[in-house]
Design a protein around this ligand. Sequence first.
Ligand code: C2E
Ligand code: MG
Ligand code: MG
Ligand code: MG
Length: 275
Amino acid sequence: YIKNNGRGHYCYYREELKHYFPNEALMEAHLHRAIELKEFMIYFQPQVNLETNKIDSFEALIRWENRKFGMVSPAQFIPIAESSGLIISIGEWVLERVCQYQKEWREYGFKPVRIAVNISPKQFKQKDFVKRISALLQQYKVEPKYLELEITESSMTNLHETTSILSRLKEIGVYVSVDDFGTGYSSLSYLKEYPIDIIKIDQSFITDIEKDRKNKAIVETIILLAQNLGLEVIAEGVEETAQEQFLRENNCQKVQGYLYNRPLPANQIVEQYFH
Ligand code: C2E
Ligand code: MG
Ligand code: MG
Ligand code: MG
């Protein structure tokens, strides 16, 4: 398969291909038991509002620690979960765990905060997805405005189906964001058709933003597009102050990245943000 080596060059990795498939089958076998073995955890990455310089939301990111494989990156196991269909139960586990944290934190008396959850295409298109969301919100008494669903352009393949799901989510009152904006194959017209609230600028556009004129142009334009459409905009993968400076100058509302925080386990979030 084709792999980006991180400097924008694409190469074919033949050796990797050989090792990848047997490993993938084994990983899938372990993934099947991961929920019952309690191998998953949720980490939270703070999102910083550049207007107030405060943290007013988090992104929930799944972590998997397995006996055989150790810590496995979601970039590795989410595609396997997606192709095997396991993503449905994993995704449900994430949503429920996030709602449990909201309940727990509320009962401790912490000020509620919006949490964004990544939703895979299969999960998004699950028949009773919207019903499950509203059932979870009710069960854990979470106000809809504290839940954000991150979908990607690859979830929006069928106009009729997507419109129906998104308008029902809008009715419930949860937020919807487009993750990895600009990296999929969708047409921009979906921004007109669908009730979307937030655009997340993919980190590939943020890299080298101070030097790369094309990335600069793309990011400036995405921010203006979001502003003109009345959407919230957040830049992902901010690692350097020069990147933050650029984003500030261009009125990007929110930022998320290692410059501020790596994703953190719940206990550290509680220590650092709620105390
Ligand atoms: P994503 O949703 O685009 O999440 C952003 C990824 O970038 C996260 O990787 C995060 O840890 C990482 N990141 C944040 N700030 C920086 C930075 O400054 N520099 C760099 N280099 N990276 C940064 P992570 O946690 O490994 O997740 C990778 C992807 O796996 C996510 O990309 C998302 O697509 C998927 N994923 C993670 N959790 C879930 C989940 O619960 N459900 C589903 N369906 N997918 C998930
Ligand atoms: Mg995301
Ligand atoms: Mg992203
Ligand atoms: Mg991504």
